[in-house]
Design a protein around this ligand. Structure first.
Ligand SMILES: *Cc1c(COP(=O)(O)O)cnc(C)c1O
Length: 475
């Protein structure tokens, strides 16, 4: 760093605009309504300070700035600083990655009905805790809980902020001060820092590991049961697979063992399939209603993975246990808000009506077949060719590839898909990726070697037109 005041940079500093001058500029005038006057001044000050530092430090370069180009530079930076800030606020993006439950992109997109329920019903005054029949106080979340119980065949249901919160609440209420028995093969960390042993410790229960990483027998569980045992815990490993020489008792066997010793069986089912997803290659995902039939006393799962709804931890099980959870003070801290109830209700109604494959985006994307995606991508490529013309610098072809389930679900399932593989004659693939990311709305893509990949599986048909518009102007 060189901060010597040579004649040249002192000269440059003379033309550095004042904060006031920058605030009087056209750019500042245009931004004022968005930023507010106070914040605009803060931004202007930091832009001018940074410019002053650079002018002093870059003395060696002897750049000659005129009064005009320093002001223009400051205006450009002011705009950039504000746009950069806006980019950190929540913004819709087009997910062209082919990762269906993309944790960084907000996991599950909501169905039309769920979005309408949030915006039109819950976002206003609503009957959250008001009974319209009696005019008296009503039960919060009653409809969503009722639907959950009905759909899973459980006696009762409860909804908290996420699946981690559900596990924490359940273990705190059922096992604090006692022991929880779990197989060594299920002591996993799930994406987003959910670690089964840590949750157990926090809940005040003692972890009792049994068996080995790959094989745990019913007798291993049985030998571990003692006076302090409260719960047998079964965790779906979600994003982790042990393959080969493996064994683990069935849920039915575990339930029978738990009940013989007057203990409870709790299953953390993770993604929580509402129906058998074998057809889509997801046969290993626990189906919640089957866990209930098998005898689990309590089951928890996420609301925004395979269920395709909003972030939440869904709990179903025996009424007496659910009521104990509801009465615990921790539930008050972990419960969800009216917007989440509205989105969940609408999502669960689609399961009740059996219109989930058409209605719920996650399931629609999951069920899209390879042939269908090929047809859609070919049609999209034709339309793109029409827009860009024969001599366009954007080159593209359709290739075979795989989508990803994501969200810590089914790591070994990668549905076959069609990919639009792009290159640009004049622009590097990383620059192309950056341009699409900077578009409005931002388009998030994948890079594989020297190609940019677009997987239409995760792009809704209503976004195709926008995506075409954005792709046809990259250069
Ligand atoms: C994803 C997952 C969790 C965490 O769920 P969140 O809703 O992200 O809190 C917990 N347990 C299992 C088995 C999971 O798959």
């Amino acid at each position: 760093m060189n901060t010597t005041e040579t004649p040249q940079n002192v000269e440059n500093l003379r033309f550095l605009p004042s904060i006031d001058a920058l605030l009087r500029s056209r750019t500042a005038g245009r931004l004022l309504a968005e930023t507010g006057a106070k914040h605009l001044t803060v931004l202007a000050r930091s832009v001018i300070d940074a410019l002053r530092r650079e002018l002093l430090e870059n003395a060696a370069e002897e750049t000659e700035f005129s009064r005009e180009n320093l002001l223009a530079e400051a205006e450009a930076r002011l705009e950039q600083a504000w746009r950069g800030e806006l980019n950190t606020s929540l913004k819709r993006v087009i997910n062209a990655t082919g990762v269906i439950i993309h944790t960084n992109l907000g996991r599950a997109p909501l169905s039309e009905n769920a979005r309408r329920a949030v915006a039109e019903e819950a976002a206003r005054y609503c009957n959250l805790e008001y009974n319209l029949e009696t005019g008296k106080r009503g039960k919060r979340g009653a409809r969503a809980e009722h639907l959950l119980a009905e759909l899973t065949g459980a006696e009762s249901a409860l909804i908290v902020n996420n699946c981690a919160a559900a596990a924490f609440l359940i273990l705190t209420v059922l096992a604090a001060g006692g022991e929880v028995v779990i197989s060594r093969g299920e002591l996993v960390e799930i994406g987003g820092d959910f670690r089964v042993p840590d949750v157990l410790t926090q809940s005040g229960a003692t972890l009792r590991e049994v068996g080995t990483t790959n094989r745990t027998k019913l007798s291993d569980y049985e030998r571990a049961i003692g006076d302090r045992t409260r719960v047998l815990l079964k965790v779906h490993p979600s994003n982790y697979r042990i393959v080969g020489f493996t064994a683990t008792p069935s849920l039915t066997e575990l339930a029978e063992l738990a009940h013989r010793h007057e203990l409870l069986l709790y299953e953390d089912a993770g993604s929580g399939a509402m129906f058998d997803l074998t057809e889509y290659g997801l046969g290993e995902e626990p189906v919640v209603s089957r866990s209930i039939v098998a005898g689990a006393d309590i089951v928890s799962f996420s609301g925004d993975k395979l269920l395709g709804g909003v972030q939440s931890g869904l709990i179903v099980g025996r009424r007496e246990i659910v009521e104990r959870l509801r009465r615990h003070p921790l539930y008050r801290a972990l419960r969800v808000d009216k917007l989440s109830y509205a989105a969940l209700e609408a999502t669960l109604e689609a399961f009740r009506k059996e219109t989930f494959v058409e209605e719920i985006p996650v399931l629609r994307m999951l069920s899209a077949g390879h042939a269908e995606l090929m047809r859609r991508t070919a049609r999209f490529a034709d339309r793109l060719r029409e827009r860009t013309g024969e001599n366009a610098a954007l080159r593209f072809e359709i290739t075979e590839g795989n989508s990803v389930i994501g969200g810590g679900s089914a790591p070994d399932v990668q549905p076959a898909t069609a990919l639009l593989s792009l290159r640009h004659a004049a622009v590097s693939v990383s620059r192309l990726e950056e341009q699409l990311r900077g578009a409005n709305p931002p388009v998030i893509t994948r890079i594989l070697e020297d190609r940019l990949l677009i997987d239409l599986r995760t792009v809704s048909e209503t976004e195709e037109e926008e995506l075409l518009g954005i792709l046809s102007v990259v250069s």
